[in-house]
Design a binder for this molecule. Structure first.
Ligand code: ADP
Ligand code: MG
Length: 453
């Protein structure tokens, strides 16, 4: 199948899963620019389209391509300059690319030996209260492999910079000492590679390869959950690396204690070095990130717009970047600085609105989870089995409802606001330290976020 045929068939498939308007907006003028050993590079018309295909449709695109051509492993997106698609395609096929695109290519192509993307560095990583500890630990590790914190385990929600930080370590180490062997992979790729090596009778080669790294970085280790064979092999590789003083770095969407179906011996290894979290960025950090992302871009953007975006986009950094890019694209199109109403419209379209949760929904979910009557939560009692759920309810009212402390105190039988502060701080601490509390809160949140209590 030629690239053209492959992409046209994939588009036909994609058209059925994407809404008409979105299909017209994001997929027009896209082509396959290159295909090599299962790596597909798509040409997209602008940064805006790139962002959206990458973050919203990537899974669909990979799936559609793989259904047609099973050897497809990865899809990358690069911005074709203003060339009409046919010309761009011909040039790409001839292996010729204009200068600026060659730069894009370099930006996009991961290093074959290390799997690292050179775009992710400490220099472009903004540090704020929300990620300070994780950054400090990562930086320290990059300076002292295998001795400071081993392993380093970084966890946090999606789009908060885990991959960026992990890759920064690898890039910094490689830059300081090109002779060191560095390898970045995800736990899914690790698993696939292991399975392939078993099928091809090459397990020994696989093990040897992994044991040779001075720095092994494994992203999204949570996906190792439930994979018994992978966990076993990984345990031995981990030990071999660790014993020879080689550095291992992990990321995960949850702390080691909260990863389900994980062998105990691995769990304790994961938690045996340094564990650091990345939480949601506060307003100041969001603004700093926006400012840094604007830097160097010719854009019709002013502080007011950045402040507006920073206060309205709170979910994660990926969404923050997406909103900024959408705003820049629109203002370029119109050739002017957008009014705050225009920005508001863009944000409304681009951000999935967080469903507004009421205080009562939170309290209901807590009561349901602990299987108790809601009214008991309001009672003035110090019984342990009631104090804990009540404190958790207070914590959630603060975290997810943004309730003021006096409001929260009032809500629970006219308690003083200091009681609410105390409850919040206590639970916040436990949330970080205790896997039990972490899991419970997660489950409660699921009740009101997905199940509409
Ligand atoms: P995760 O792996 O946690 O899902 P990523 O590392 O992929 O998140 O980050 C999502 C996007 O946000 C990336 O483009 C990344 O460069 C950017 N980003 C995340 N954290 C920061 C930061 N602290 N400073 C600058 N950019 C960041
Ligand atoms: Mg990631």
């Amino acid at each position: 199948m030629t690239n053209e045929e492959l992409w046209q068939s994939a588009l036909a498939e994609l058209e059925t899963v994407v809404s008409k308007a979105n299909f017209a907006t994001w997929f027009q003028n896209t082509t396959i620019a290159a295909r090599q050993e299962g790596a597909v590079v798509l040409h997209v018309p602008n940064a805006f389209a790139k962002e959206w295909l990458e973050y919203k449709y990537h899974k669909f695109i990979v799936k559609a391509l793989r259904a047609l051509s099973p050897e497809v492993r990865s899809v990358e997106y690069i911005i074709s300059s203003q060339l009409p698609p046919l010309l761009a395609r011909q040039k790409a096929q001839r292996g010729y690319l204009p200068q600026e695109e060659q730069m894009e290519f370099r930006e996009f192509f991961v290093d074959r030996e290390t799997n690292l993307n050179p775009r992710y560095t400490f220099e472009t990583f903004i540090v704020g209260a929300f990620n300070e500890l994780a950054h400090a630990a990562a930086f320290a590790v990059s300076k002292n492999l295998g001795t400071t914190y081993n392993p380093l385990f970084i966890y946090g929600g999606v789009g908060l910079g885990k991959t960026h930080l992990l890759q920064s370590i690898g890039n910094a180490v490689k830059k300081a000492n090109p002779r060191l062997k560095v390898f970045y992979t995800s736990s899914e790729r690790f698993t696939n590679e292991l399975i392939n090596s078993m099928q091809n009778n090459e397990v020994n080669g696989f093990k040897e390869k992994y044991r040779s790294y001075n720095l092994l970085v494994i992203d999204d280790i949570q996906f190792i959950a439930g994979k018994v064979k992978t966990q076993e092999e990984f345990f031995h590789i981990f030990n071999a690396l660790y014993e020879s003083g080689h550095q291992i770095v992990f990321s995960s969407d949850k702390p080691p204690q909260a990863i389900p179906e994980l062998e105990e011996r691995l769990r304790s290894r994961f938690a045996g070095g340094m564990v650091a979290d990345i939480s949601l960025p506060e307003y100041e950090s969001r603004l700093a990130i926006l400012k840094s992302k604007c830097h160097g871009k010719e854009a019709f953007i002013n502080d007011e717009i950045l402040e507006f975006i920073a206060s309205n986009v709170q979910k994660n950094i990926r969404e923050l970047e997406g909103s900024l890019n959408a705003t820049i694209a629109k203002s370029k199109l119109l050739g002017k600085i957008l009014s705050s109403n225009e920005v508001k419209e863009i944000l409304a379209k681009n951000i999935q609105p967080k469903r507004l949760i009421t205080a009562n929904q939170i309290i209901k979910a807590v009561a349901q989870f602990y299987d108790m009557n809601e009214k008991i939560l309001y009672e003035k009692t110090r019984k342990k089995e009631i104090v804990k759920p009540r404190q958790i309810a207070m914590y959630l009212l603060r975290e997810d409802y943004n309730g003021s402390y006096p409001f929260i105190g009032q809500k629970f039988g006219g308690r003083d606001h200091t009681t609410a502060i105390h409850a919040f701080e206590k639970v916040a601490k436990e949330f970080k330290k205790s896997s039990q509390v972490f899991e419970e809160i997660k489950r409660i949140r699921e009740l009101y976020e997905y199940e509409n209590v």
